[in-house]
Design a protein. Structure first.
Length: 56
């Protein structure tokens, strides 16, 4: 009996989980925006969620 091949999930950079503080540093967000994101999403979040919720 052979098993069908299961496709491997594609790695997507936007699905990567990152520290909110690292994200804030990389995108040069101020301290208030970093704190707002931490309250909203917690200390870790998916990069796509951070990009969607970050204010400039």
């Amino acid at each position: 009996m052979t098993h069908p091949e299961v496709p491997k999930p594609v790695s997507n950079a936007a699905e990567k989980t990152v520290l909110v503080s690292e994200f804030a540093r990389r995108y040069r967000l101020d301290q208030a925006e970093e704190q707002r994101l931490k309250q909203l999403l917690g200390p870790f979040a998916k990069e796509k969620d951070l990009l969607r919720n970050a204010g400039r």
